[in-house]
Design a protein around this ligand. Structure first.
Ligand code: FE2
Ligand code: FE2
Length: 263
């Protein structure tokens, strides 16, 4: 049985340029890091806002699991299409009445890998408490025999993300931050064995504001008039991280950041 898993996690893919970069580079990144399992955050993949059927089809060939965030419902059609998307995971602490699922369990070489998505509440839309939602899931029988558990904690506030890291340390293999689109340099293995990083960054244009054209983004701050944001296309980078996980114990052995220019 395979004893160590290398898991790649790609940060928020923004629009067509982010998708193209990912498609072009994913094979070389996977072989460079000898990747066994890939998770991609896709909440900004369709024109910067949400995901749809076409974009899902494009991304699912690159990834084993696709996570979301506060932009989950931006493309309304996803609500009815989601049932057919067996790699897609939306935040677990949305309303219980929401379509979709908040976690999925995948099996690779006899090992179960749970991918769990949650959103934060600080400076974000009001949702259920992510700490209690994750606590309940991790205490449930569904998770009992799952060897590897990866949490995508999609949140704005560094404090909430760090608190989640400590809350879940030793109970999951990794707490990976997404949403702010800027990679942080605080990757580490916490004392009880969970990998942690506050944010893995964004896949897309790095010469704008969070992947969007700087003109409209700046005008919003200067005029307070809502602007239609357009994804930008310069300085395309792929951001993420790679974790090495002990499949027997579920503990993280290593975490490194990934920052690749488009190949
Ligand atoms: Fe995002
Ligand atoms: Fe987000």
């Amino acid at each position: 049985m395979q004893t160590k898993f290398n898991i790649l996690f790609i940060g928020d893919v923004v629009g067509r340029y982010g998708r193209r970069a990912l498609r072009n580079s994913i094979d070389s990144i996977k072989s460079k890091y000898d990747i066994d399992f890939t998770i991609v955050n896709a909440e900004n993949a369709a024109d910067g806002f949400g995901i749809n059927k076409k974009v899902y089809a494009e991304l699912e060939v690159c990834a084993d699991a696709l996570t979301l965030g506060n932009h989950t419902w931006d493309k309304q059609e996803i609500m009815s299409d989601m049932d057919d998307m067996d790699k897609l995971i939306r935040p677990i602490n949305f309303s219980g009445k929401s379509p979709g699922v908040g976690f999925r369990i995948f099996k690779r070489n006899g090992i179960e890998i749970a991918v769990i998505n949650a959103v934060g509440r600080i400076f974000m839309i009001p949702v259920d408490n992510p700490f209690y939602a994750l606590d309940e899931l991790l205490n449930s029988p569904k998770m009992k025999d799952v060897e590897i558990k990866i949490v995508d904690f999609h949140a704005e506030a560094t404090s909430e993300k760090q608190a989640m890291g400590w809350f879940l340390d030793g109970r999951v293999s990794a707490v990976i931050g997404t949403h702010t689109h800027v990679q942080t340099a605080d990757e580490r293995i916490l004392p009880s064995g969970s990998a942690y990083i506050t944010d893995i960054g964004m896949t897309g244009c790095h010469n704008g504001v969070l992947g969007f054209e700087k003109k409209q983004a700046l005008d919003r701050f200067l005029t307070y008039i809502p602007q239609r944001l357009k994804v930008c296309k310069e300085n395309i980078q792929i951001n993420g991280c790679v974790m090495e996980i002990d499949a027997k114990t579920g503990e993280a052995l290593n975490i490194v950041r990934v920052q690749e220019a488009q190949s």
